[in-house]
Ligand binder design. Structure first.
Ligand SMILES: Cc1cc2nc3c(=O)[nH]c(=O)nc-3n(C[C@H](O)[C@H](O)[C@H](O)COP(=O)(O)O)c2cc1C
Length: 431
């Protein structure tokens, strides 16, 4: 094992140089203003994360259409931006590229996972709604061919603005059940035109988007994709599909592919199960990087992938990260939740000050034990998922306000605060 692997430099295919192998993975910030512009809170947040030492910072998902956000506080870039929005993005980019960090904009369309608070009728490949209790998501309308082609242009436009305003790379978000990942899933995409059916057709939106983005930003700018290893749902996007999509992406000159998994119905991305049983995908088990739940998929993917790979999900210890890198199958480590609890986590791992992230999730659930994470009550199970994510949202708000994280916050407090903020931000937005 190479003990200093996390600290080694990485040169990407486009020529860009990354100072170490740790990446702050994308986390929706929720701190844009009511016109979906970047704010001073983004500047504070990204300055703190840049100071924290990671070689790359990925932004939270920036939306290409203000009508279909993942949440009200998203940044959106959809062609309507004025000089003030560009200036706000420039300030954010300047903060996030401090300390020799890269700042890559994650670009996304929320698709059918747009909450009802934002759009009562979201859009998707087909009219199949998100199967979660609580009425959070409306029944989607299937997009027309013209609308799909317009979305590809929107991704390219956002990528061009990212480059113009000082971001040093982009990531096309094709994971976690948002629009591009919906198109990949045969469960959600039941179209019978050129955008549905065979895997080649289901992957067309992703591939055309990557091509349009590359054509806009040119050959020297990092272009990356986040892709599910699988949706872990019966009849969903499978690991075999993932390998085939990687083969298709091999032809597109990507600089990095990030491997994740799951969606709102099956939140494997957070290492937790959904309402339906997890549909396990067969993959050879390795003894390395046990804490990282998509690592084995990434190792198998490296057999076909020509581009550098990053794997995200569950990494908490210096040993786990170094072991994962030591085999040479993956090139970067994505870290999300530990950076909500300690913005300096990457530096502390690299310097040896910390060997492992504090476990903050053990007690994060609402209700007594019987209603805990294994509850059969669907609504409680779903609420526990939202409480858990809400807890991290609240910590991000604190970081954005220049405060320290509050580890004493309970899951119930976080859930209530989360529900209140999301509703009031959505009302502000719709006004
Ligand atoms: C608060 C929060 C917000 C997130 N927002 C995004 C997002 O905007 N885009 C994305 O691709 N993943 C998002 N994720 C998923 C993370 O990027 C990552 O895949 C996941 O948290 C697993 O990594 P971890 O175990 O290091 O937290 C989010 C996760 C958290 C905790």
């Amino acid at each position: 094992m190479e003990a200093s692997a996390v600290t080694s430099r990485l040169i990407l295919p486009c020529g860009a140089s990354v100072k170490n192998r740790l990446c702050k993975a994308a986390m929706t910030e929720g701190v844009a203003d009511a016109s979906n512009r970047a704010t001073e809170r983004h500047v504070t947040l990204y300055r703190r994360w840049a100071d924290g030492g990671a070689g790359v910072l990925l932004t939270g998902n920036v939306q290409v259409d203000r009508r279909y956000l993942e949440r009200a506080g998203n940044i959106a870039i959809d062609g309507s931006q004025d000089r003030s929005q560009l200036a706000a993005l420039e300030a954010m980019a300047e903060a996030g590229t401090g300390n020799d960090a890269h700042l890559w904009m994650q670009i996304s369309h929320a698709g059918r996972q747009t909450p009802k608070l934002i759009a009562t009728e979201p859009v998707g490949p087909s009219d199949i709604p998100v199967a979660l209790p609580g009425g959070r998501f409306g029944k989607p309308r299937a997009l027309s061919g013209d609308e799909i082609r317009d979305i590809i242009k929107r991704f390219a436009l956002a990528a061009g603005i990212a480059k113009q305003t000082g971001f040093t790379g982009v990531q096309v978000h094709s994971a976690h059940g948002y629009l591009l990942s919906e198109f990949l899933s045969p469960r959600v995409n039941v179209r019978d035109d050129e955008w549905g059916g065979s895997l080649e057709n289901r992957a067309r939106l992703l591939l055309d988007t990557v091509r349009a983005v590359r054509a806009t930003v040119g050959p020297d700018f990092p272009v990356t994709v986040k892709l599910n290893s699988a949706d872990f749902q019966k009849g969903g996007f499978s690991f075999d599909d993932c390998l085939r999509v990687i083969e298709l992406l091999n032809e597109e000159g990507l600089d990095l592919l990030e491997i994740s998994g799951g969606n709102y119905e099956q939140p494997k991305l957070m290492g937790i199960g959904g309402l339906e049983p997890v549909f396990e995908e067969k993959v050879r088990q390795s003894t390395r990087a046990r804490e990282a739940y998509f690592f084995d998929y990434a190792v198998a993917a490296s057999q076909v992938a020509k581009m550098p790979l990053m794997v995200t999900g569950g990494f908490r210890s210096a040993d786990g990260m170094n072991e994962a890198l030591s085999g040479g199958d993956v090139d970067m480590i994505g870290l999300a939740r530990p950076l909500c609890v300690d913005a300096n986590f990457p530096t502390k791992i690299m310097s040896g000050e910390l060997q492992v992230a504090p476990d903050v999730e053990a007690g994060l659930r609402i209700g007594p034990g019987i209603l805990g994470p294994n509850s059969r009550l669907a609504i409680i199970k779903a609420m526990n998922g939202f409480a858990r994510i809400g807890w991290f949202y609240e910590q991000i708000y604190r970081l954005a306000d220049g405060l320290d994280p509050d580890l004493s916050m309970s899951a119930l407090q976080a859930l209530l605060a989360y529900e209140k903020t999301e509703k009031s931000k959505a009302r502000e937005l719709l006004r």
